[in-house]
Design a protein around this ligand. Structure first.
Ligand code: NAG
Ligand code: NAG
Ligand code: NAG
Ligand code: NAG
Ligand code: NAG
Ligand code: NAG
Length: 570
């Protein structure tokens, strides 16, 4: 049996950890800003009160000093640890380092609380990525006899097969990197290990986002029958000797103004025959970046790297909406595998909406009976026709949802139909003002979420499932919102085009100010929805905000409180 299964099967109740289990001494989560830090601190606090995460572990949430990339963030974290504990004490500590900074622009419904708070449909209250990661990685501390740092990103789920429960390897080398087979195309976007064919634990060098041709020249391509693949990077371990060197580089360059990559920039110096040292280019527009890369290269050059190969397809990102829905709904080869291995559930803590009570409904405060555990909507009377995933929600009996959809933290009191590629998060809709259809059809390919703002206001954002949030455009015609040019949107909300953006040099869906700010969550949902499904001009609101502004003004304590109430009401 896999070690982590123990936790997942037992509901990851940490009381089972008390005896003879070696666990992390310190878990570090890095964040982008202090609002995100508050969210993570509150989340960790909440998880420990329900015995979801072990006590007796130092959980540290460390805010990055600016946008310095996961490599900069790693070096900074080592520096902070040194300040806090000193190397004498750190030397024997087993440290898990989770990089969780960033606004997750590819998955906006995870931006409000942060990536590690992403719901995973399992258990009561539902797991989030932090819980899953702590359970999955619980097999590693026991392999770190001399301590060290185990580094992972916040938006991946890795499964480890039986051979890795074997004690034949330890995390003691300077670096131990986990490699997993990927297609050549995936390889072009990652670090690719060139391994010694006679002993795959030995690494010649780590190519960085190589072309397919470069992979072939370096003999990094392997075959399984007809299928060609390469070994790409994901998790890695480094020992305290390396940690100390990284902290030293940080101290020398404490005012980092550029992004450093913990994969690309740390790995290039590693291997039996490493890649060449980064060169100083003429007219270098970022001299600091090159200097830091060189320093890292020089300091890590004599470090030893061992590679551990992970089982095929045992790794998946939750970093895009597609990947996330695949996992929650158990769709596609990898999605299904993860769904089954982690024993996920299609419906977690959800209940059919009781129409008779909608005037007095108080969603989370226990006026309705507690949400049933481990039950599916389909077993409940007048079950709605839902085929997708439903997490902690009340759903009207006449709702319909397609196989590839997700309701989380919703209270839907009207008949509603959602199609493929839809994520509705934290939507409250008990009545719909001009409801004249038998069912409210939402378009497919839709993500929507209601977010509490400061001063008891609300806004609901909505985007297309595949929208590129980051792409900036000088040509306004290029910005399409559900197929509508911004000029139409401006008319709809009685604004001029110039009103829709604060910065004319930074015009993207991320900065588009079209979401009404309202006093009621249901109202904000309805008004945002009308932007998409109604051709009429809406009544003008006092204020419209972009998702960028929603996140700036979000009321984190209210958002956290809301979820705590849910947990406490049962
Ligand atoms: C597990 O370890 C033993 C020796 O410790 C070795 O003989 C065996 O091949 C290993 N199994 C796997 C699947 O790696
Ligand atoms: C994750 O799963 C999706 C769908 O199953 C697949 O398209 C994608 O390539 C996988 N990603 C990785 C990194 O394996
Ligand atoms: C019903 O809804 C449609 C749009 O959804 C609207 O055009 C129409 O005026 C509504 N009818 C009534 C009677 O409210
Ligand atoms: C545009 O806004 C995004 C999001 O806030 C920011 O990350 C980016 O640096 C900005 N770009 C410019 C050119 O100002
Ligand atoms: C929103 O809900 C409040 C109270 O629950 C209600 O008074 C109001 O009419 C609703 N607004 C809309 C637009 O449905
Ligand atoms: C969800 O929306 C409600 C309002 O309906 C708000 O009070 C709460 O803070 C929101 N929760 C999250 C996690 O955003």
């Amino acid at each position: 049996m896999f070690f982590y299964f123990l936790f997942l099967f037992l509901g990851w109740d940490v009381r089972h950890l008390e005896h003879d289990v070696i666990y992390w001494d310190i878990v570090v989560v890095t964040t982008l800003d202090n609002v995100q830090k508050d969210a993570y601190d509150a989340l960790i606090q909440q998880r420990s009160t329900i015995n979801r995460i072990p006590l007796g572990v130092d959980y540290l949430v460390i805010t990055d000093p600016g946008k310095i990339g996961n490599g900069g963030s790693t070096m900074h974290a080592m520096h902070v640890l040194e300040q806090k504990y000193g190397w004498e004490i750190l030397r024997q500590k087993r440290i898990l380092l989770i990089h969780a900074g960033g606004y997750s622009q590819r998955t906006p419904t995870t931006s409000c609380l942060g990536k590690i708070a992403t719901s995973i449909p399992k258990g009561w209250p539902t797991y989030d990525l932090l819980d899953i990661k702590l359970a999955l990685y619980s097999l590693f501390p026991g392999r770190m006899p001399h301590g060290g740092v185990f580094l992972c990103s916040s938006d991946t789920i890795e499964l480890f097969d039986e051979s890795h429960a074997n004690t034949s390897w330890l995390l003691t080398d300077d670096f131990v990197a986990f490699a997993h087979p990927s297609s050549l195309t995936v390889g072009t976007q990652h670090g690719v290990f060139v391994l010694d064919p006679t002993d795959k634990r030995k690494c010649i060098c780590v190519l960085q986002k190589p072309t397919i041709e470069q992979m072939k020249i370096h003999k990094a391509v392997w075959c399984h029958g007809e299928e060609e693949f390469v070994y790409t990077d994901s998790l890695f371990y480094f020992n305290m000797n390396v940690a100390q060197r990284l902290a030293e580089v940080y101290r020398q360059e404490h005012n980092i103004q550029c992004e450093i990559d913990c994969y690309g920039d740390f790995m290039s110096a590693l291997g039996i025959c490493p890649l060449p040292r980064p060169v100083t280019k003429e007219n270098d527009d970022n001299q600091q970046r090159t200097r830091i890369k060189q320093k890292i290269y020089d300091t890590l050059l004599d470090c030893h790297l061992q590679v551990v190969i992970l089982h095929k397809s045992s790794f998946n990102h939750t970093g895009t909406n597609d990947e996330y829905l695949d996992i929650c709904c158990g769709i596609g080869k990898t999605g299904q595998e993860i769904f089954e291995e982690l024993k996920l559930e299609k419906h977690v803590g959800c209940k059919v909406f009781d129409e008779g009570r909608h005037d007095t409904i108080d969603f989370w405060h226990g006026i309705l009976p507690a949400l049933p555990h481990g039950d599916t909507l389909h077993h409940q009377p007048s079950a709605p026709d839902v085929h997708g995933c439903v997490i902690h929600s009340f759903i009207h009996p006449k709702c319909r949802s397609s196989k590839r959809s997700l309701f989380e933290y919703c209270c839907i009191g009207v008949p509603m139909q959602i199609g493929d590629n839809t994520i509705l998060s934290n939507i409250t809709l008990v009545t719909y003002s001009d409801f004249n259809q038998t069912i409210l059809h939402l378009p497919s390919n839709l993500i929507m979420q209601t977010v509490p703002l400061n001063n008891e206001l609300f806004a609901t954002f909505a985007f297309g499932f595949h929208d590129n949030m980051k792409a900036t455009h000088n040509n306004l015609d290029k910005i399409l919102y559900f197929g509508q040019p911004v000029s139409i949107l401006a008319k709809k909300i009685h604004r001029t085009i110039d009103d829709l953006f604060d910065d004319e040099n930074n015009r993207s869906l991320w900065t588009l100010k079209i979401f009404p700010v309202t006093k009621d969550p249901n109202e904000s949902f309805e008004k945002t929805l009308k932007l998409i499904i109604s051709d009429d001009f809406t009544v003008s609101e006092k204020q419209y905000v972009s998702i960028q502004e929603i996140l700036k003004r979000r009321d984190i304590s209210s958002a956290i409180q809301y979820r705590s109430n849910l947990i406490n009401c049962t």
